[in-house]
Design a protein around this ligand. Structure first.
Ligand code: NDP
Length: 253
């Protein structure tokens, strides 16, 4: 039985509210993975495996629910879902093999909660795009789609480049941390997170619906606090850390 559009809409609005609550919670607790991994979070699993397992559900669920959905589909639907799929093919199947993470582990609870959030976000996105989102082909030339596409592609480029700068800091076998200086790292501690947030805001605007905006809200809710934690961590760890560098939003924050 298919959920009515109105019920689904309000469930997604409620889920965005949970995202805002998560953002507030993450001001007080830094998510314990990567440099913030610490004891007391239960059993752990290898980092690389964790990344693959936590990102795969979204990659499978969104296109599946989209294709199974009963709504009419135009080329616009396919372009938007393809943007999502392309990002997640990289995140789930390529990025985990690029990280220099030998011997590092993450708490299984982090992987479990990420799987849960990806299942909900994936159901929302695939479900809405497959059954309720309506576009005519002309949407491809709308200001929203064009602006969103520019932000999506620009954000993705910044994210990919900045992650590559970080990944090149370690020689094979190294697992420690250095001060990054290339690209947007001249101005920001976390341009990779900035790029990812811009990318998904662009995605929200391209789709111009409650599900694509919800995805953008959740991305920002996770990554803004993480970037602030990273910024403070750099300042605490490196006395010579550049004082003018902002955390995640150029010139502001
Ligand atoms: P980080 O910036 O914490 O780390 C990225 C990689 O670079 C890790 O392998 C990390 O190693 C390494 N690294 C980071 N800083 C340094 C340094 N100073 N010196 C040497 N190596 C370094 O990114 P995240 O782990 O937070 O995220 C990874 C990617 O996933 C990003 O592109 C992010 O945008 C995306 N992401 C998206 C989310 C979403 O909600 N859409 C949620 C979370 C992440 P180590 O792991 O050992 O610290």
């Amino acid at each position: 039985m298919m959920m009515s559009m109105e019920v689904f809409f309000w469930l997604i609005i409620g889920w965005m509210g949970v995202g805002v609550g998560t953002f507030i919670l993450l001001q007080f607790v830094s998510a314990p993975y990567g440099r913030h991994t610490r004891a007391g979070w239960g059993p752990t699993i290898p980092n690389r495996l964790g990344w693959i397992l936590m990102e795969l559900p979204g990659l499978v669920l969104v296109p599946t629910l989209f294709l199974l959905g009963s709504g009419g589909k135009t080329v616009v639907h396919y372009v938007i879902v393809l943007c999502y799929v392309t990002h997640y093919v990289h995140r789930a199947l390529i990025f985990p093999f690029r990280i220099r993470t030998q011997g590092k582990r993450m708490p299984a609870v982090i992987m479990g909660s990420a799987i849960f959030f990806n299942l909900v976000n994936g159901s929302i996105l695939g479900g809405w795009m497959g059954s309720y989102a309506t576009y005519s082909t002309e949407w491809l030339w709308s200001p929203q789609f064009l602006l969103g596409a520019v932000l999506f592609l620009g954000g993705a480029a910044v994210n990919l480049h900045s992650d590559s700068v970080l990944l090149s800091l370690r020689k094979p076998g190294e697992t420690g941390y250095k001060i990054p200086t290339k690209g947007l790292f001249r101005w920001l501690s976390c341009p990779n997170h900035f790029g990812e947030i811009v990318e998904w805001i662009g995605f929200g605007i391209m789709g111009w619906n409650v599900a694509t905006f919800s995805f953008a809200v959740w991305t920002a809710a996770n990554l803004l606090p993480r970037a602030l934690d990273h910024h403070q961590w750099y300042r605490d760890k490196f006395p010579e850390y550049p004082k003018t560098r902002k955390a995640v939003i150029p010139f502001l924050w």
